[in-house]
Design a protein around this ligand. Structure first.
Ligand code: S3P
Length: 177
Protein backbone atom coordinates (compact mmCIF):
# COMPACT_ATOMS: atom_id res chain seq x y z
CA UNK A 1 0.00 0.00 0.00
CA UNK A 2 1.10 3.55 -0.68
CA UNK A 3 0.45 6.23 1.90
CA UNK A 4 0.09 9.79 0.57
CA UNK A 5 0.36 12.69 3.02
CA UNK A 6 -1.15 16.05 2.21
CA UNK A 7 -1.70 19.26 4.11
CA UNK A 8 -0.77 22.90 4.24
CA UNK A 9 2.84 24.08 4.37
CA UNK A 10 4.21 23.46 7.84
CA UNK A 11 1.79 20.65 8.63
CA UNK A 12 4.62 18.18 9.21
CA UNK A 13 4.25 16.09 6.05
CA UNK A 14 7.97 15.49 5.64
CA UNK A 15 8.77 14.87 9.30
CA UNK A 16 5.83 12.52 9.80
CA UNK A 17 6.37 10.88 6.42
CA UNK A 18 9.97 10.07 7.27
CA UNK A 19 9.10 8.57 10.66
CA UNK A 20 6.16 6.66 9.25
CA UNK A 21 8.23 5.16 6.44
CA UNK A 22 10.93 4.14 8.91
CA UNK A 23 8.38 2.45 11.14
CA UNK A 24 6.77 0.63 8.20
CA UNK A 25 10.16 -0.27 6.64
CA UNK A 26 9.21 1.25 3.30
CA UNK A 27 10.73 4.03 1.19
CA UNK A 28 9.99 7.66 1.87
CA UNK A 29 9.43 9.93 -1.12
CA UNK A 30 9.24 13.68 -0.65
CA UNK A 31 7.76 15.29 -3.75
CA UNK A 32 9.51 18.65 -3.22
CA UNK A 33 12.82 16.86 -2.78
CA UNK A 34 12.20 14.84 -5.96
CA UNK A 35 11.52 18.06 -7.86
CA UNK A 36 14.79 19.48 -6.54
CA UNK A 37 16.67 16.34 -7.59
CA UNK A 38 15.12 16.37 -11.08
CA UNK A 39 15.87 20.00 -11.74
CA UNK A 40 19.03 20.26 -9.62
CA UNK A 41 17.56 23.49 -8.29
CA UNK A 42 16.01 24.44 -4.97
CA UNK A 43 12.25 25.12 -4.84
CA UNK A 44 12.84 28.85 -4.09
CA UNK A 45 15.15 29.05 -7.13
CA UNK A 46 12.59 27.37 -9.38
CA UNK A 47 9.97 29.91 -8.27
CA UNK A 48 12.41 32.78 -8.72
CA UNK A 49 13.78 31.73 -12.12
CA UNK A 50 10.73 30.17 -13.76
CA UNK A 51 7.72 31.30 -11.74
CA UNK A 52 4.89 29.45 -10.05
CA UNK A 53 3.17 28.19 -13.21
CA UNK A 54 6.33 26.45 -14.35
CA UNK A 55 6.74 25.01 -10.86
CA UNK A 56 3.17 23.61 -10.95
CA UNK A 57 3.89 21.99 -14.31
CA UNK A 58 7.01 20.35 -12.94
CA UNK A 59 5.23 19.30 -9.79
CA UNK A 60 2.52 17.53 -11.84
CA UNK A 61 5.14 15.82 -13.98
CA UNK A 62 7.19 14.56 -11.05
CA UNK A 63 4.04 13.43 -9.24
CA UNK A 64 3.01 11.46 -12.32
CA UNK A 65 6.40 9.73 -12.38
CA UNK A 66 6.15 8.87 -8.68
CA UNK A 67 2.67 7.43 -9.15
CA UNK A 68 3.80 5.27 -12.07
CA UNK A 69 6.18 3.52 -9.77
CA UNK A 70 3.70 1.25 -8.00
CA UNK A 71 5.61 0.47 -4.87
CA UNK A 72 4.77 0.44 -1.18
CA UNK A 73 6.02 3.74 0.11
CA UNK A 74 5.13 6.93 1.92
CA UNK A 75 4.75 9.92 -0.39
CA UNK A 76 4.67 13.45 1.05
CA UNK A 77 3.11 15.99 -1.30
CA UNK A 78 3.83 19.71 -1.44
CA UNK A 79 1.20 21.91 0.19
CA UNK A 80 -0.31 22.86 -3.17
CA UNK A 81 -0.02 19.53 -4.97
CA UNK A 82 -3.61 18.24 -4.61
CA UNK A 83 -5.05 21.68 -5.44
CA UNK A 84 -3.82 22.00 -9.04
CA UNK A 85 -4.79 20.42 -12.34
CA UNK A 86 -5.60 16.75 -12.25
CA UNK A 87 -3.14 15.85 -9.49
CA UNK A 88 -5.80 14.91 -6.97
CA UNK A 89 -7.76 12.86 -9.52
CA UNK A 90 -4.59 11.00 -10.41
CA UNK A 91 -3.84 10.20 -6.78
CA UNK A 92 -7.42 9.14 -6.09
CA UNK A 93 -7.40 6.87 -9.14
CA UNK A 94 -4.41 4.90 -7.86
CA UNK A 95 -5.13 1.43 -6.52
CA UNK A 96 -3.79 0.48 -3.07
CA UNK A 97 -3.32 4.08 -2.06
CA UNK A 98 -4.54 5.81 1.06
CA UNK A 99 -4.40 9.57 1.36
CA UNK A 100 -4.18 11.35 4.72
CA UNK A 101 -4.76 15.03 5.45
CA UNK A 102 -2.59 16.29 8.30
CA UNK A 103 -4.84 18.97 9.70
CA UNK A 104 -3.22 21.72 11.77
CA UNK A 105 -4.94 24.77 13.27
CA UNK A 106 -4.51 28.21 11.73
CA UNK A 107 -2.78 29.47 14.88
CA UNK A 108 -0.28 26.64 14.93
CA UNK A 109 0.46 26.95 11.20
CA UNK A 110 1.04 30.68 11.62
CA UNK A 111 3.38 30.08 14.56
CA UNK A 112 5.40 27.46 12.70
CA UNK A 113 5.51 29.23 9.34
CA UNK A 114 6.41 32.70 10.57
CA UNK A 115 9.78 31.34 11.71
CA UNK A 116 10.39 29.40 8.51
CA UNK A 117 8.90 31.74 5.95
CA UNK A 118 12.22 32.65 4.31
CA UNK A 119 12.55 29.19 2.83
CA UNK A 120 9.04 29.29 1.36
CA UNK A 121 8.56 31.32 -1.79
CA UNK A 122 4.81 31.87 -1.38
CA UNK A 123 5.10 33.53 2.03
CA UNK A 124 8.65 34.82 2.30
CA UNK A 125 7.70 38.48 1.76
CA UNK A 126 4.98 38.62 4.41
CA UNK A 127 6.35 40.86 7.15
CA UNK A 128 4.09 40.41 10.16
CA UNK A 129 2.45 37.56 12.06
CA UNK A 130 -0.98 39.18 11.55
CA UNK A 131 -0.55 39.40 7.78
CA UNK A 132 0.71 35.85 7.62
CA UNK A 133 -2.29 34.61 9.62
CA UNK A 134 -4.63 36.44 7.23
CA UNK A 135 -2.90 34.95 4.23
CA UNK A 136 -3.02 31.41 5.61
CA UNK A 137 -6.69 31.78 6.61
CA UNK A 138 -7.70 32.68 3.05
CA UNK A 139 -5.35 30.22 1.39
CA UNK A 140 -6.43 27.36 3.64
CA UNK A 141 -10.07 28.16 2.95
CA UNK A 142 -9.40 27.76 -0.79
CA UNK A 143 -7.34 24.63 -0.36
CA UNK A 144 -9.21 22.75 2.33
CA UNK A 145 -11.77 21.50 -0.14
CA UNK A 146 -9.00 19.50 -1.83
CA UNK A 147 -7.36 18.33 1.39
CA UNK A 148 -10.70 17.08 2.71
CA UNK A 149 -10.98 14.67 -0.18
CA UNK A 150 -8.36 12.54 1.57
CA UNK A 151 -9.44 9.12 2.81
CA UNK A 152 -8.59 10.07 6.39
CA UNK A 153 -8.35 13.43 8.14
CA UNK A 154 -5.90 13.38 11.04
CA UNK A 155 -6.53 16.23 13.46
CA UNK A 156 -2.98 16.63 14.67
CA UNK A 157 -3.67 19.41 17.22
CA UNK A 158 -3.43 17.41 20.42
CA UNK A 159 -1.13 14.68 19.13
CA UNK A 160 2.62 14.09 19.31
CA UNK A 161 4.50 13.08 16.17
CA UNK A 162 4.59 9.48 17.44
CA UNK A 163 0.85 9.49 18.03
CA UNK A 164 0.18 10.84 14.54
CA UNK A 165 2.37 8.11 13.03
CA UNK A 166 0.58 5.44 15.09
CA UNK A 167 -2.85 6.77 14.14
CA UNK A 168 -1.95 6.58 10.45
CA UNK A 169 -0.76 3.00 10.88
CA UNK A 170 -4.02 2.02 12.62
CA UNK A 171 -6.07 3.56 9.78
CA UNK A 172 -3.87 1.93 7.19
CA UNK A 173 -4.38 -1.51 8.75
CA UNK A 174 -8.14 -0.94 8.89
CA UNK A 175 -8.18 -0.15 5.18
CA UNK A 176 -6.12 -3.25 4.38
CA UNK A 177 -8.53 -5.61 6.21
C1 S3P B 1 3.87 24.96 -1.70
C2 S3P B 1 4.36 24.19 -0.69
C3 S3P B 1 5.75 23.74 -0.64
C4 S3P B 1 6.38 23.70 -2.03
C5 S3P B 1 6.17 25.00 -2.73
C6 S3P B 1 4.69 25.38 -2.87
C7 S3P B 1 2.43 25.35 -1.68
O1 S3P B 1 5.82 22.44 -0.04
O2 S3P B 1 5.83 22.65 -2.78
O3 S3P B 1 6.86 25.98 -2.02
O4 S3P B 1 1.89 25.72 -2.72
O5 S3P B 1 1.82 25.24 -0.59
P1 S3P B 1 5.63 22.18 1.54
O6 S3P B 1 4.17 22.08 1.83
O7 S3P B 1 6.32 20.87 1.74
O8 S3P B 1 6.28 23.29 2.26
Amino acid sequence: MRIVLCGYMGSGKSLIGKKLARKLHVDFVDLDQKIEEWTKKSIPDIFKEKGEIAFRRLEAEVLEACLLDNSDDVLSLGGGTPCYGVNLDRIKAQPETQMFYLKVSLEELTRRLFKERNARPLIRDIESVEKLEDYIRKHLFERQHFYYQSDVVVDTSALSVEEIVDQIIVEMKKAAE
